[in-house]
Design a protein around this ligand. Sequence first.
Ligand SMILES: [Zn+2]
Length: 391
Amino acid sequence: MHQRVLDLLDADAIARDTLAFVQVPSETGAEGPGGEHFAALCERAGLEVDVDRFIADRPNVYARLPGIEPGRPLLLNGHVDTIPRGDSDPPALRDGWVVGRGAEDMKGGLVAMVHAATALRRAGVRLSSDLWLTGVVGHETPVGKKEGPKRLVERIRAGDIPAAAVIIAEGPHAIWTAGLGAAMFRITLSSARGIVHTLHVPYADNPARWAGAILAEFAEWEARFEAEAAHPLCGRQRVDIGLVAGGDYPNRLPTPLTLRGTRRWRHGLTADDIEAELRDICRRIEERSGLEATFSLDAPHEPFETPGDHPLVRALEAAATTATGAPLPRIGLALVTDANIYGNDASLPVVCCGPEYATAHSDHERVSVERLHRTAGLYALAAMEFCGVDE
Ligand SMILES: [Zn+2]
């Protein structure tokens, strides 16, 4: 049965469908045509399709390959929006690659999902429980506010879309089971003196001097994180600074002065702990400097982790071994994905497993047809393993 499903996967058809999907513009905020295109692909595959127009012209799509009992439904997921096309290579099919914005991130993976479901249907596989294919909007920040993933979580929690586990078609061709928590933060230091000549302000009261104190404290945090036990898959937690901004002239007081960066935190901590940490450093700086120190933590994502012995992980491992003869590695990354949302807000076991993660967001985005073909096989067999098959 497994071989019959794999034999029904057609690499050329996957390549053609991915190219056609990449040719449909679907930049975040205007991704409607991408959602409609994905819905049409699912309909062509003979699935029951629900187009959720919860925002005008930006639909989520949920397509169901019905199983024969409630059992243990599996949800495959991807986002239909892309970052702006910008100067990216124009869509093309070249030397075994589909080229263009969205090819790898993540239209190729969505097409692989559809071909997996098509192969299961054509092979006459009767899954014991439902297989859902879901395409969501609003993933790519800063335009996207995770509207689509959050809406899907609502539908899952309402029981409209029963799901026992999620596979996201994102990331390297590996079983990505864990991620750190992450959020961007901002600390702003302001002097009540306003923007005046620096001659009138002692250096000890200069916001830049206290920005230095914060950066020095971050160096201490980093030394502490370095000394902690690292997560075996995701590595250690960290604090990074990407932007220090303030001042407009060499002898004018730099107020306000802003530090912005990323905080990635380990399992066991929550965004509340990170907020408390920032509140604490701001309070101490205020006490010592007489400045006002405020902070914000933007779009926090809590850590996620699916245990290595979970049936979802086992299903993907077995599928990889059956499809290619070789197991897939289990990995963790310190990157934020929608797994952080489905894992925490919907309390579902979730794993990311994409065709590849090498060119996403670059101007030379592309995805290998051979890899898409393999990924479609992996999804089909994983669905059989996880949902069960009525022989
Ligand atoms: Zn992306």
